[in-house]
Ligand binder design. Structure first.
Ligand code: HEM
Length: 528
């Protein structure tokens, strides 16, 4: 009898396996032949499973793979059973400026609680508009001017540490320094709290905790089905770090609330109790926690990546370095006078360096997925993107890294050439218009970045002050000097020696470059 039962179980398993294999074959066959997207070119495996992008997201190289797929298959590629990526400025416009298209539902994996939305993961358009109006006001030029003196104290701390590294004859790892600076500033801006990340180690886990959170979110945004495997639990150290980071943020919010709204000049004071002028709605207290967790990667990490990459490219392009230093050193007579305002805005080369940096190394270098929601428009609806009729429910996007390296818009795309952005080159109106139409480091449309003013203020001040006080150059140690760039013989896309290497996890992780700093004349005395 026992033997018969065993045989029966074997037969059940056998047929179950056959059924699974058959179903798998049928699904793959359908996706490759009869599916509405089957006519679009792309890697065969990508057409059959979402795990293709999930896999490359887990390796933090989705931007490189997307670029190389576009090179191989053309302007529109299929990168998942239900995903199309475009590489044209028309698509950038058609997707991100459409009133009908929305973020894909997988952004919801970044929710802290199922009924709580942040500006970033909110899909309801009315609620988003309310949040957007309140948060944009908090990030306005006027509010940033009020925050500037606080910001400058952190920049001065950064400069003093460069001086200390010089005294100790140490090369500086710019990735590490800028992540600490960027998050320290956001800690202060978001919660009025000095995390002292530049000078003390107590809260440094915030950097890795935030990166861990972003890595997890990115894999799940790209391939939501991986969420059900719970891969985060396979990386317990990362999970622990992320939780520690969340608990710290929770504590900061609690402490900040206890202080009262007007105790400090920070995001909290601008957002708590702020009413949307059109509807009178306020941001709920429970949502503040969710907004706050998003501000660290959005505001701190992105600017840090821009600054790190700018130093990488300046240290490897002596002509650009010399043109920038001449501009900054001819405008001011003292480093302490460097502030935002007309003089800083007149530094056109500085601005060109930042734009070119974000072109070659966009801090958010991935594909920002969107869709025409079936829930709103029905499954038979469609939308035209760059001349293609795309059915509702299809994930569509433009990969920022790829379009920024499209030579139709940016000739010689892998060379760092700030000159291409200079006003004097605007004579060539067509070329400039083409570039601007394809340039999207801050995104495009109603979900684009509202933190642009802060990003430029912070990045311009740090870069201008650094070159005012210091000369810098590549580390003389060949081992350290290699860090940050690509290496010959490495995997596709990581073999470009002069390209700053980004590891895409929605935001970007990176390492290096290692630079040495030499204080100029007596100017450094301000920093002591
Ligand atoms: C160089 C620096 C920065 C870059 C390159 C950048 C880039 C971006 C991009 C591409 C998006 C769109 C994301 C998406 O569609 O999924 C975005 C959204 C956002 N960014 Fe930034 N960002 C930067 C700095 C900042 C700063 C300093 C802040 C605030 C302190 C900020 C706050 C936000 C917010 C709140 C959103 C969500 C907007 C919405 O969904 O309506 N960003 N950013």
């Amino acid at each position: 009898m026992a033997w018969t039962t065993f045989e029966a179980i074997c037969i059940v398993i056998k047929y179950a396996l056959i059924a699974i294999v058959l179903q798998f074959a049928l699904v793959c066959g359908y996706r490759l032949t009869l599916h509405p997207l089957s006519k679009y070119p792309g890697p065969i495996i990508a057409a059959t499973t979402d795990w293709y992008v999930g896999f490359f997201a887990a390796l933090k190289r989705q931007h490189l793979v997307t670029y190389s797929n576009h090179q191989k298959y053309g302007t529109v590629i299929r990168q998942g059973p239900n995903k199309l990526v475009f590489n044209s400025h028309q698509a950038l416009h058609d997707i991100y400026q459409s009133e009908k298209i929305n973020k894909v539902r997988s952004y919801l994996c970044t929710q802290i609680k199922s009924d709580t939305y942040s500006i970033f993961n909110c899909l309801d358009k009315d609620l988003h508009r309310i949040k957007r109006r309140i948060i944009s006001k908090a990030l306005s030029e006027q509010k940033m001017r009020r925050f500037e003196p606080v910001l400058l104290t952190h920049v001065d701390r950064f400069l003093a540490l460069l001086l200390r590294s010089h005294h100790k004859k140490q090369a500086v790892n710019m990735s590490e320094r800028f992540k600490r600076l960027g998050l320290e500033i956001i800690g202060k801006f978001g919660f009025g709290y000095d995390l002292k990340l530049q000078t003390e180690e107590e809260h440094v886990f915030v950097v890795k905790g935030m990166e861990g959170g972003s890595y997890r979110n990115n894999v799940y945004i790209q391939a939501p089905s991986l969420r059900w495997l719970g891969i985060e639990f396979l990386l317990p150290a990362l999970y622990k770090l992320r939780m520690k980071y969340f608990f710290l943020l929770k504590r900061l919010i609690k402490e900040r609330l206890a202080e009262g709204k007007d105790a400090k000049e920070d995001l909290f004071s601008y957002v708590v109790d702020a009413k949307d002028p059109e509807t009178g709605t306020k941001i709920r207290m429970s949502e503040l926690w969710s907004e706050a967790t998003f501000f660290f990667p959005a505001g701190g990490d992105t600017t840090a990546t821009t600054l790190t990459a700018a130093f990488f490219y300046l240290s490897r392009n002596p002509e650009c370095y010399s043109r920038l230093t001449s501009e900054i050193r001819s405008k001011w007579s003292s480093g302490t006078d460097i502030r935002s305002g007309t003089l800083l805005s007149s530094c056109t080369y500085l601005r060109a360096v930042l734009d070119e940096t974000m072109r070659v190394s966009p801090p958010l270098c991935g594909t920002l997925w969107r869709e025409l929601p079936v829930s709103e428009y029905g499954k038979d609806a469609s939308i035209i993107i760059d001349g293609h009729v795309v059915p509702a429910g299809t994930w569509v996007g433009v990969n920022t890294y790829t379009i920024h390296h499209n030579e139709h818009y940016f000739p010689d795309p892998f060379s760092f050439k700030p000159e291409r952005w200079l006003p004097e080159n605007r004579d060539n109106g067509d070329e400039m218009r083409r570039m601007q139409g394809a340039f999207a480091p801050f995104g495009v449309g109603s979900r684009s970045c509202p933190g642009k003013v802060m990003a430029f203020m912070e990045a311009s001040l740090v870069l201008a002050k650094s070159v005012w006080y210091f000369d810098f150059s590549r580390s003389q140690d060949p081992k350290l000097d290699k860090i940050g760039g690509g290496s010959i013989g490495s995997t596709v896309g990581r073999d470009r020696v002069d390209e700053f290497q980004l590891y895409d996890q929605f935001i970007s992780s990176h390492d290096g470059p290692y630079l040495t700093f030499e204080p100029r004349d007596g100017a450094w005395k301000d920093l002591e």
